[in-house]
Design a protein around this ligand. Sequence first.
Ligand SMILES: CC(C)(COP(=O)(O)OP(=O)(O)OC[C@H]1O[C@@H](n2cnc3c(N)ncnc32)[C@H](O)[C@@H]1OP(=O)(O)O)[C@@H](O)C(=O)NCCC(=O)NCCS
Length: 142
Amino acid sequence: MIVRRGRSEDLPWLFEHDDASEAWIKRCIEFGEYFVAVQNGELVGFLRFSRFWGKIPYMDMIRVLPSYRREGVGTALFHAWESAMIEEGAQHLMTSSEWAEAEPQAWHRRNGFKAVGSIDLRIVQPSPEIFFVKDISGAGKG
Ligand SMILES: CC(C)(COP(=O)(O)OP(=O)(O)OC[C@H]1O[C@@H](n2cnc3c(N)ncnc32)[C@H](O)[C@@H]1OP(=O)(O)O)[C@@H](O)C(=O)NCCC(=O)NCCS
């Protein structure tokens, strides 16, 4: 399996599998804000990020095709992103997920994230959004 940054030729696949507008996907590809996993020449998963306050790397979405889950693809995507963020000097990573979705939360915790609070987003979803932070400030040293 290969993990690399998303490229313009990935646009149709990302548009099919990500929950974002084509314009936003294009923009994220241009800004290097996608990582994709490739197996036998086929795309099988992606990670899309942005930056909270325009500064702190924020994982907006990670998704692996159902038939490829629990084979280490998500972990490989996460590690590629984390390493790239350490490389550019980031001190923290952020992400969030809906309180009612226990599985993504367990997965975030497994990757070293700690829950730091939640906000009431009932205007857009039934349960609160929980925010997670991972301290990577020591990771680039030594
Ligand atoms: C969450 C997701 C990205 C994980 O990807 P994955 O490729 O299946 O994960 P991995 O195979 O790398 O998992 C690594 C470890 O986490 C465990 N794990 C995988 N999915 C898990 C889950 N949903 N909950 C708890 N643990 C999980 C695996 O058992 C594995 O542990 P092990 O090495 O001890 O066996 C994938 O399940 C997915 O696409 N889910 C739907 C979208 C989603 O919920 N995204 C997250 C919120 S944006």
